[in-house]
Design a protein around this ligand. Structure first.
Ligand SMILES: Cc1ncc(COP(=O)(O)O)c(C=O)c1O
Length: 350
């Protein structure tokens, strides 16, 4: 791999950030990582002061949607070392998405080395308060200027960083969507493709207008099998056992999901990945065996689900989520090095 060239900013904006009041998703650090793809090769990996990227009106990503992304977080341990959570999983998932979207794979060492260098450079931007982190957004898009439907021949890969204040897990309400779908077999549901999110915006706004926090996606054919939630995977605790939808190609292979499965099994729970219908969840609620439901994802960690609205009425889940809270505590403690990382998930960004 070529050496990563570093150009430092001459005017850091760090002093402008109020660490007690970080505007979510709106604050960006001083630098970004960027790398170009052309003539069949990734080249010129570099860190530069963050800047706008010139956009030609025929940039293919704008027209044909070849755009994918990742989401991860950097945290600080007690001695101020920045830590990354399972970054190789994000590198692999980016390439899974790239492959599905007809985009070139990125050598994993460019992803991880670029990420580590950037995070290390920006470590003073990582909010130290418990529950805070620096959100990292690696993404790739087609930047060839061309009108015509084919794979682009030039791409850019970037990583930008956005500090995020502590997230307080509120109890959330979901709306089980039957009119619109997120993913169908053979489609792009398992890829982290920008277009998946574009198609989800209108149903999500509709759900919010009805007083819900997020959409609960159901399968495209029968509208009865549960897939996932907005930007989270979903788990249920029914009659003492944990169930989560299995990976049928329509849900994202969540890194929090795979980690929570390991943690729950380690804590002695039986965890099954299988098809789950919305009717099964309704029945469990009615017969008193639905004990908890929770969402898992990088942005929020674990979100406790209070109820699920459907066209036919409300499914009450629970007012407390002791198992989900316990797993959330364990996960957060691992992320800041407060307890032993016995799974070997944390990677120092040094
Ligand atoms: C659609 C969707 N499902 C699930 C997840 C959770 O994945 P992860 O735990 O890797 O953040 C995300 C977030 O990236 C998502 O966007």
């Amino acid at each position: 791999m070529e050496n990563i060239k570093v150009t430092l900013t001459e005017s850091s904006k760090l002093s402008e950030l109020d660490f007690d009041n970080i505007p979510l998703g709106k604050a960006f650090t001083d630098h970004m990582f960027i790398c170009d793809y052309s003539e069949g090769e990734w080249r010129n990996p570099r860190i530069e002061p963050i800047h706008s990227i010139p956009t030609h009106p025929a940039t293919m990503a704008l027209h044909y949607g070849q755009a994918i992304f990742e989401g991860m977080k950097a945290t600080l341990n007690a001695d101020g070392t920045p830590l990354l959570f399972r970054p190789m999983k994000n590198a692999a998932r980016l390439n899974f998405s790239a492959n599905r979207m007809g985009m070139p794979e990125l050598p994993e060492e460019i992803f991880t080395e670029g990420l580590k260098m950037l995070v290390n450079l920006e470590k003073s931007w990582i909010p130290p308060k418990e529950g805070s982190a620096m959100y990292l957004r690696p993404f790739m898009y087609a930047d060839e200027h061309f009108i015509g439907m084919r794979a682009a021949t030039s791409y850019k890969f970037l990583i930008i960083c956005s500090p995020a204040g502590p997230y307080f897990s509120e109890r959330i309400k979901l709306f089980a969507e039957k009119q619109y779908i997120r993913a169908a077999t053979g489609g792009t549901g398992e890829a982290k493709a920008a277009g998946n999110y574009a198609a989800a915006i209108k149903p999500t706004e509709n759900a919010k207008a009805k007083g819900y926090n997020q959409v609960l996606w159901l399968d495209a054919v029968e509208h009865k099998y549960i897939q996932e939630v907005g930007t989270m995977n979903i788990f249920f605790k029914i009659d003492g056992k944990i169930v989560t939808p299995y990976r049928d190609g329509n849900i994202l292979d969540g890194i929090t999901r795979m980690s929570v499965i390991d943690l729950l099994r380690d804590k002695g729970f039986e965890v099954t990945e299988r098809p789950i219908t919305i009717d099964e969840v309704k029945e469990a609620s009615e017969n008193g065996t639905l004990e908890e439901a929770f969402g898992t994802g990088t942005a929020i960690g674990i979100a406790y689900i209070q109820e699920i609205g459907t066209d036919e009425g409300t499914i009450h889940v629970s007012d407390e989520s002791p198992v989900a809270e316990d797993v959330n505590d364990t996960l957060n403690s691992i992320k800041v090095g407060a307890i032993e990382d016995k799974f070997g998930w944390m990677v120092p960004a040094e």
